[in-house]
Design a protein around this ligand. Structure first.
Ligand code: SF4
Length: 732
């Protein structure tokens, strides 16, 4: 029996786990009592990880050998690794030669390790010369990135989990923390138990389990968040609750924002948000932290937690900025218990951002649009230049493939044929692309059915490297068992492709990927060291942190610059921000309506979200019967009054239709929703909703309905809202 310290591969809380193994078999898992994210606790998903990784399950669900589909419509057959990689390199090189570098695209995942992301990014931008590399983190965190950068000057969450214990007011917006980040929620419960005077405000269209513990629940209408936040600022200004001293010393642009919010009275907001004006005023008072404040004394600190309800929106950047404005206006930032704290959905969305693994980013939070940043990165990578042409983001990439502009797609560790909005377009893209590679641990995903070439990758319990959680904490991921079958590490596969493409694109030149080592761990360390060097002098500088220190001292937060003895728990305590003038920025943000408001034809507001016990497309959690105890089948949840009006009883099947597609799903009564709203979890793929299509491919789940409309600032699509109609399905 062996024990190996690692990190949970599910959500962005980033809990430490101890994997128990016996030879090649993972036999158990327990929470790591020394990990600062969870101190030994695990949620239902984390505590059952070992059951999803047992050899019998692995052999049924895993991709164990490369497979090539000779022609579309034919079955894939096994081939050896060299033949697979040669084929991949030859097809990508031929596409680049014929159509140029922007004819290829790489679509990655927030579940990849930082080292995987780093090599992929260098391959695309440094070697091939395209910025067509994006990730499913675009669907999850890009509005938070854009919001932080617009206001605070850098993509750096300024708070940490310890702040939960210091906050006197917790403002939770667009986050069902109880289900999506369960261990953070346990810490909220602890904080509330230790401090019964703490106020908790929850803003969410649904009365979630998180909302159930709120002192003030704000069931705002979908898409009205900016109006709510602007109205809170209006009240703070009217009542003299803003911190004029902080605004004057540490910010710019407040006058312009004041002009925007002067009309945002609670009464006007009430009509847009569907909330009583007095509740908006109460939220403003609690948030400002002025209750019981002595003249000139400190405010009660307010921490806000937010997630997809803000991010997955055509106003995602504005929603993030409008919430951060409240912190800046009240000086509620940089102090224990105060600050805007975005929760990351995936285990390494942060790591992907750090290495610049998105179409608009470069390593160490540099911007692709900044010529100086491109020059710096070209020098660091030893290449002539980094392309200036904007790359395609997630939705744009699949649209470009559907239009025929992107000819070859490389998809790693994600399932766009389920998770992207507007599945009709996504599936057209996968069919129209001339060559689709899917690098994946699981053979069961809907996307795998579209692959011309399938490459088996390692997964949790087998991989080695690092991830970064929501509070900027870098943790080691360690292999407890050997890879099953022929599975290889993601960075290893990418490296093998890169080395083959180098022979074609840079013949006779030294390799750009010199990651030598006797072991996978040594190579991962070499990649991480190169990433670390790119951070020198940047806001996320980790040049003071070594791999050995990560091994010896455990998980560490960034920044951790040279000479530091520890990472920094919270940022901006000195009121100096990483902007040209050192001041945080207020950016005028007016409320904008939804991309697709309900209409006479599509009268219901459909929102999507997570279940407590499932993860993404269920490749892993779906293998375990006990995780279906909480929700055993897909369902369209609606208010009982709406069901009655539609003459639907619980369990009846209904056609759910948007402007883009239609699915059939059983309905369920749910009075946590307001009349006129509907909810469906994002986990269920088409195999749960009507079997397979005539081609044998799984049909789409709820994303057959969702809109590809995205936020202009972040390019994050509005997965939280689509207008739909619901009709009883008449069965023969
Ligand atoms: Fe894993 Fe998230 Fe649960 Fe922690 S809270 S055990 S990281 S799923």
């Amino acid at each position: 029996m062996q024990e190996t310290r690692s990190t949970c591969p599910y959500c962005g809380v980033g809990c430490g786990v101890i994997i128990q193994s016996d030879g090649d078999t993972i036999t158990g898992v327990r929470g790591d009592p020394h990990h600062p994210a969870n101190f030994g606790r695990l949620c239902t998903k984390g505590s059952t990880l070992h059951l999803t990784a047992s050899r019998p399950v692995t052999l049924q669900t895993r991709l164990l050998q490369p497979q090539l589909r000779p022609q579309r419509g034919q079955a894939a057959h096994p081939i050896d690794w060299d033949a697979a990689l040669d084929t991949a390199a030859q097809r990508f090189a031929a596409t680049i030669d014929r159509y140029g570098p922007d004819a290829v695209g790489f679509y990655l995942s927030g579940q990849l390790l930082t080292e995987d992301y780093y090599v992929f990014n260098k391959l695309a931008k440094g070697l091939i010369g395209t910025n067509n590399i994006d990730t499913n983190s675009r669907l999850c965190m890009s509005s938070a990135v854009a919001g932080y950068k617009a206001t605070l000057g850098a993509d750096a969450p300024p708070a940490c989990y310890d702040d939960l214990a210091h906050a006197q007011c917790l403002f939770i917006a667009g986050s069902n923390t109880a289900w999506a980040h369960p261990i953070v929620f346990r810490r909220i419960e602890d904080a509330r138990a230790a401090n019964p005077a703490m106020k908790i405000i929850v803003a969410d269209p649904r009365r979630t389990d998180t909302a159930a513990m709120a002192d003030l629940f704000l069931p705002l209408l979908p898409g009205s968040d900016v109006m709510l936040f602007n109205a809170m600022l209006h009240v703070m200004l009217r009542e003299g609750w803003v911190d004029q001293g902080y605004i004057a010393r540490h910010t710019s642009g407040f006058a312009d924002l004041q002009a925007v919010v002067q009309d945002c009275t609670p009464e006007r907001a009430a009509a847009v948000c569907g909330l009583p004006p007095q509740d908006i005023a109460t939220a403003a008072r609690w948030f400002a932290g002025v209750e019981g404040m002595a003249e000139g004394g400190p405010r009660r600190p307010t921490l806000s937690l937010y997630c997809q309800g803000l991010n997955q929106s055509t106003s995602g950047t504005a929603k993030n900025a409008a919430l951060i404005h409240l912190h800046l206006a009240c000086g509620q930032i940089g102090q224990p218990g105060a600050g805007p704290f975005s929760l990351t959905g995936q285990p390494n969305a942060m790591g992907g951002r750090e290495v610049g693994g998105l179409a608009n980013l470069l390593p160490a939070h540099r911007d692709m649009a900044n010529p100086d940043h491109r020059t710096e990165v070209a020098r660091l990578w030893g290449v002539e230049s980094v392309p200036a042409r904007p790359g395609k983001t997630a939705v744009e990439m699949f649209q470009a493939a559907a239009d025929g502009a992107i000819k070859a797609l490389w998809i790693a560790c994600t399932n766009p044929a389920q998770s992207l909005p507007d599945q009709t377009t996504v599936r057209r893209a996968l069919q129209r692309a001339e060559f689709v590679v899917v690098q994946e641990a699981f053979a069961t995903t809907a996307t795998a059915q579209y692959a011309d070439l399938l490459l088996p990758a390692t997964t949790w319990g087998e991989k080695t490297g690092t991830v970064t959680n929501s509070e900027r904490r870098i943790s080691r991921v360690r292999a407890a068992v050997a890879a099953p079958g022929g599975a290889r590490h993601d960075w290893q596969i990418t490296l093998a492709l890169a080395q083959r493409l180098e022979r074609h694109l840079r013949p006779g030149q030294p390799t750009l990927f010199p990651y030598a080592g006797d072991t996978a761990q040594a190579c991962a360390e070499a990649i991480w060291n190169e990433h670390r060097e790119t951070t020198r002098g940047r806001d996320l500088d980790i040049t003071g942190l070594t791999w050995a220190a990560l091994e010896a001292d455990g998980p560490q937060q960034w920044p951790y610059p040279s000479g530091a003895r520890a990472g920094r728990a919270r940022l901006y305590a000195d009121g100096v921000f990483p902007t040209p003038d050192g001041r945080a920025r207020f950016v005028p943000t007016a409320w904008q309506p939804l991309a697709e408001p309900p209409s006479a034809r599509y009268p219901f507001s459909l929102t999507t979200g997570r279940l407590r016990d499932q993860w993404h497309g269920m490749s892993r959690t779906g293998t375990l019967g006990r995780l279906f105890g909480h929700a055993s089948e897909p369902a369209l949840q609606m208010h009982p009054q709406d069901l009655q009006r539609l003459q639907l009883a619980a369990g009846d099947l209904a056609h759910v239709t948007s402007a883009r597609g239609s699915i059939i799903a059983p309905v369920q009564a749910d009075d946590t929703l307001a009349p006129g709203q509907a909810f469906m979890a994002m986990h269920w793929g088409g195999e749960y909703l009507g079997g397979r299509s005539s081609t044998g491919r799984p049909l789409a789940g709820v994303n057959a309905l969702t809109t590809p409309a995205f936020c202009p600032g972040s390019k994050q699509p509005e997965l939280k809202h689509a207008a739909v109609k619901v009709l009883k399905a008449e069965l023969p």
